[in-house]
Design a protein around this ligand. Structure first.
Ligand code: FAD
Length: 401
């Protein structure tokens, strides 16, 4: 067993949320150790775009800018959003100009974004043997044991290395090892939906618009990339349908997805490899279960991708940590995270409840429901104040009240 190293904060998980937390705390002068299984790499599909893309809100973009990540990624701004449904004529449109902005958000390829975060972290990497405040040490490998006591957090790696920390931030994703080790109860919604994620080439340009059609079986989103004719697709649907669609030839799949979008972007000319991703909605009751541990990002909550808010919520977790850590040296001080945890819980709960309601409303093809949707959407479209408030909320620029 190698010598025990003492450091202030461990961040487990080097996805976008974890690496952002590490950078944020290092910028505030904390000594941080980022632990991740493997170094991330840039992944591109056949059409030249990563198959995993994320919609980044203006609030997240501002944070990524502060952390030095944003300037190193290619992003595609979108300024409109067009939403309609399978059964009924209800149409919703959002325009950035309505709230005095030039964009609603940006679509960014996930792996280059995470790699840009790592590049930043490597620049503030700790030089071997020199333990300085504001540095990030990166540890790659698998964790064998984790124990949290009143005084310390101890982590042993599979190779025998042993570390001791004052505080632990778990950003280790939906299947969080930290959550399981600490046996933290999870509130889960049973959902037999999965998503097919891919990239398609379209005949017409995407017009910097995020297109979303609510099908009875689940929402289909076409999100604009940096290429006017390439869209990132997230198609949520029942597992049975997804398994069938994964087996289709590319040309038959293109035909199905073109019909599903009512050919709003013309013919679907080609499709990249398809990925089937499990969907879940789950959250922790308490993201600060003991004074030395905080769980953030997907380790804290997982939401349906239909609103494109998962990673944005995770980055909000990071912004909140930075706010508190700016004025507190001892992150494990009793009660420090109580209010933060309560606020994050409320936010996750409201988001999950809203997305569940939205999915249920649109999954109902009864004529009465279709009529109700039309009335509701018509009402919503007439009240600019309400619509603008919802837009600001989705952009991370203000809370619904
Ligand atoms: C189809 C789909 C579309 C989406 N679209 C959007 C979108 O448009 N906008 C948006 O905001 N969100 C979106 N999301 C959600 C978003 O992808 C997630 O919220 C986000 O990736 C979570 O980031 P994270 O860093 O918390 O977790 P992850 O990205 O899961 O990262 C966790 C990291 O922890 C590491 N790890 C796990 N266990 C260990 C361990 N034991 N030791 C060391 N390291 C470990 C993993 O290797 C990984 O790197 C989408 C999700 C899906 C499924």
């Amino acid at each position: 067993m190698t010598a025990l190293t003492r450091s202030e904060v461990a961040v487990i998980g080097g996805g976008l949320v974890g690496v952002s937390a590490a950078l944020g705390l290092a910028a505030l002068g904390f000594r941080v150790t980022l632990i991740e299984r493997r170094q991330p790499v840039i992944q591109k599909g056949r059409l030249g775009v990563d198959l995993r893309n994320v919609a980044i809100s203006p609030a997240s973009q501002a944070l990524l800018g502060r952390l030095g990540i944003w300037d190193h990624v290619e992003s595609a701004a979108y300024s409109h959003m067009s939403i309609w449904e399978e059964w009924g004529a209800a149409q919703l449109g959002f325009d950035a100009a309505d709230v005095g902005r030039s964009e609603l958000g940006w679509l960014v390829e996930m792996s280059p974004l995470v790699c840009a975060g790592w590049q930043q972290a490597e620049q503030v990497r700790r030089i071997d043997g020199v333990d300085r405040a504001g540095d990030i040490d990166i540890v790659l490998g698998n964790i064998e044991a984790l124990s949290v006591t009143q005084d310390n957090v101890d982590i042993t790696m599979l190779g025998g290395e042993h570390f001791r920390f004052d505080f632990l931030i778990a950003a280790d994703g939906a299947q969080s090892m930290v959550r399981k080790t600490l046996q933290l109860p999870l509130l889960q919604e049973t959902m037999d939906q999965v998503a097919i994620a891919t990239v398609v080439r379209t005949q017409r340009t995407h017009q910097n618009t995020a297109w979303q059609r609510f099908l009875v079986d689940g929402p289909l989103a076409f999100l604009p990339t940096w290429d006017d004719h390439l869209c990132s697709v997230v198609w949520s649907q029942s597992r049975t349908q997804a398994e069938r669609r994964m087996q289709l030839s590319d040309s038959v799949f293109c035909g199905e997805i073109e019909r599903a979008l009512e050919a709003r972007l013309g013919d679907i000319l080609s499709v990249d490899q398809r990925m089937m991703l499990p969907l879940a909605q789950q959250r922790l009751e308490n993201c600060a279960p003991v004074s030395r541990v905080l769980l953030i990002g997907d380790a804290q909550r997982v939401i349906h991708p239909l609103a494109g808010q998962g990673v944005n919520l995770g980055l909000e977790d990071v912004a909140g940590i930075m706010q508190l850590a700016a004025s507190h040296r001892d992150l494990s001080a009793p009660g420090l995270w109580t209010r933060y945890a309560r606020e994050r819980q409320t936010r996750s709960k409201l988001m999950i409840q809203s997305l569940t309601l939205l999915r249920r409303i649109y999954a109902n093809d009864a004529p009465a429901m279709s009529w109700l949707r039309n009335v509701g959407v018509g009402f919503f479209n007439q009240f600019d104040g309400l619509k603008h408030q919802v837009m600001r909320e989705a952009m991370g620029l203000g809370r619904l009240n």
